[in-house]
Write a protein that binds this ligand. Structure first.
Ligand code: NAP
Length: 250
């Protein structure tokens, strides 16, 4: 029997793309969402095509309610009932800023994508999966960050605060939906070798993690994806409301 599908926001590159690959290898139909990087999303789609996987690709801005509704409708039309959502998409402004220098647009976008976006997607997922709504239950995995407890001073306190909001949502939504067949878990990486750092103007951050992380290196995206996929497919039913750190001891 085909497994229920999973929707991965920001699934086109970085950690999200590894989550997509790992789910697809387990024969889970996957919806790959992206916002502007069509080339990366198409390249990943070609990979999945070559392996004969069931997937769809949907461009949508997770911070826009109409786009999020369309994203879920399209995914369900293409892949059938959803059994899971991975809230992975994120925005981060330029690295190396003190709070007093963060411009309003960056503050808005950080919270719009990382917090409002995660809420909008979680709302659609609950309406679709909750037994109270006639659904079959399912899992929501929120990709957070240990920044929520370090605060990321002198870098991106706005991003850290958005991830702390996400952790609170993991806790509250998990408790709210536990009797509706839904399990909500966070996965919080430390430093991961993705383009996020170079795109934020600080490619040296990946090397810096080698020095400050007890295991002596930044994580590979696949190491985070493995934990997300475990939480989505293999974790006991009793796992909910908690955020698991995958940070090499940091
Ligand atoms: P990334 O390489 O920068 O990729 C970000 C993804 O999010 C891309 O697929 C991007 O799509 C998508 N995205 C951005 N804005 C969006 C929007 N408005 N709507 C829909 N999709 C959007 O990020 P990453 O490093 O893989 O990080 C993935 C997750 O891990 C994030 O939640 C991040 O906070 C968390 N994390 C990362 C690290 C790290 O060191 N990298 C550490 C801790 C936590 P496009 O390609 O279309 O732009």
């Amino acid at each position: 029997m085909t497994q229920p599908a999973v929707l991965v926001t920001g699934g086109s590159r970085g950690i999200g793309a590894e989550i997509v690959r790992a789910l697809a290898k387990r024969d889970v139909p996957v919806c790959i969402n992206y916002v502007s990087g069509e080339d990366k999303a198409s390249a990943l789609a070609r990979e999945l095509d070559a392996e004969g996987r069931k997937y769809c690709v949907v461009q949508a801005d997770v911070s826009d309610p109409g786009s999020v509704k369309r994203l879920f409708d399209t995914a369900i039309d293409a892949l059938g009932p959803l059994g899971g959502l991975v809230n992975n998409a994120c925005f981060v402004g330029q690295a190396g800023r003190k709070v007093e220098n963060i411009d309003y647009e960056t503050l808005r976008k950080t919270f719009d994508v990382n917090v409002i976006g995660a809420f909008l997607c979680a709302q659609q997922a609950v309406r679709h999966m909750a037994t109270d709504h006639g659904g079959r239950g399912g899992r929501i995995i929120n990709v957070s960050s240990i920044a929520s407890r370090t605060g990321s001073p002198n870098d991106w306190v706005d991003y850290a605060a958005s991830k702390a909001a996400m952790d609170a949502m993991t806790l509250g939504l998990a408790r709210e939906t536990a009797r509706q067949g839904i399990r909500v878990t966070g996965v919080a990486p430390g430093g991961v070798a993705t383009d996020l750092h170079a795109n934020a103007g600080a490619p040296e951050r990946v090397e810096r993690f080698s020095q400050i992380t007890p295991v002596g290196r930044a994580a590979q995206p696949a190491e985070i994806a493995d934990v997300v996929v475990w939480a989505m497919l293999d974790a006991p039913d009793y796992l909910t409301s908690t955020t698991i750190e995958v940070a090499g001891g940091l």
